[in-house]
Every structure is written in C-alpha cells, then in structure tokens.
Ligand binder design. Structure first.
Ligand code: ZN
Length: 203
C-alpha cells in the first residue's frame, strides 16, 4: 500500500474509523505467501523502487480511509466491482494483494502520502491513530497539506496537493472523471487541462 500498488486493505471485520491511517512496515515478515513474491517484485520494479530494510519497523506512509465495504457485494453484484473502482489492471493488483473471500471487508483508501523520513514505531495491526503521541507528531509534521477540492465535472470530492492553474479556485477533477477524459482525448490532453495525477488530482 505504501508504494501505491494497492489502495484497498482487506480485513476480517469492519471499522468505524474514517480519516488518516498510518502504514507500518513490519519488522519481521510474517509469511508473505511465496506465490505473491513475483507480483511484489514487479510492483517495486515498475515504480523504480526497492524494498528498503531501513523502513522495517517504521511508519512509512499515511492514507485516508474513506469507505468500508463487505466483500460479499463484489460476489453478489456484478456491477459492484466497477462502482468500487476495481477496473481492469487496478483490479488485478487489488485482488492479488488482498483477500476477497466472502464474509470479509475491504477498506477503501486514497490520498497516499509517503514519508520522507520513516518513523520507527512498534508493530501494531489496529486501524486508526493508535500510535504514541511523539510518533504521531513525527509523522504529522511530514504530511503535506491536502486541498479538499471539488470535481468540476461531477461535484464529487477531488483532493489534491496543489490546485491546477486553469481551474477555478476550489475546483479540481476526481480520479473517475480524469480517467474518462484520458479515455476520450488521451493522456496528454487530459494532463494539459487537469494537471498531473498524484499532485493535482487522483490522489
Ligand atoms: Zn468527477
């Protein structure tokens, strides 16, 4: 999740927490399935990244948890996958890196912020800000400001680190509408009008 290979976290139970959650790299690897190793290596390579052992036992990123859904919905409703943003290639990575059997839940996140300086913290599995205050301070001081813009096309939330110059104040574009724009006019045109994904939209 910290390198953007997946956005959903799958768990056995719900949570009522919404908002920022810290992404922690375990100190010891608790049995990554052998079958996943090629996909993990691929995810790092395609992002020009390498696993860094200095991050073991550290908080390395923060994401915003905005929705929790039962996995049953994906099994029961053929349209749910699309509605949940699980399309084509993205779906592959999400399904590969999560456990989507019936009876579970998937936590939907966005606004990935990777920390420049990983913050050591003892391992934990809970969701939400359950870290000591000094750890939280060291994480929070590194977080960039997020502008809660509104999508100029559909009116949905369109969080951004910066506003693109040719949008009215307070407006950006959401990831869904940007993807539609790309499909229609190509990436170059869409980027010219809306800015860079990951900076001006699609966080
Ligand atoms: Zn939109």
């Amino acid at each position: 999740m910290a390198i953007g290979a997946k956005r959903n976290e799958t768990r056995g139970c719900r949570t009522s927490h919404r908002g920022d959650i810290a992404i922690h790299v375990a100190k010891t690897d608790h049995g990554t399935p052998e079958s996943l190793v090629p996909a993990i290596i691929h995810a790092y390579r395609t992002r020009n990244l390498q696993p860094d052992e200095r991050t073991f036992g550290c908080i390395v990123a923060v994401v915003d948890l905005y929705d929790v859904q039962p996995t049953d919905r994906l099994h029961d409703d053929p349209k749910a996958r699309l509605n949940m943003g699980l399309t084509a290639a993205a779906a592959d990575a999400e399904l590969q890196f999560g456990e989507y059997e019936r009876g579970r839940f998937f936590y939907r996140t966005h606004i990935l912020r990777r920390l420049i300086y990983p913050v050591p913290c003892r391992g934990y599995q809970s969701i939400g800000w359950t870290v000591p205050a000094d750890v939280e301070a060291k994480v929070r001081e590194q977080l960039p400001k997020v502008f809660r813009l509104q999508c100029c096309s559909c009116g949905e939330p369109a969080p951004a680190f910066q506003q693109w110059w040719n949008r009215d104040a307070g407006y950006g574009i959401c990831a869904k509408c940007f993807a539609k724009w790309v499909a229609k006019d190509g990436l170059e045109s869409a980027t010219e009008c809306c800015g860079q994904p990951g900076i001006h939209h699609s966080l």
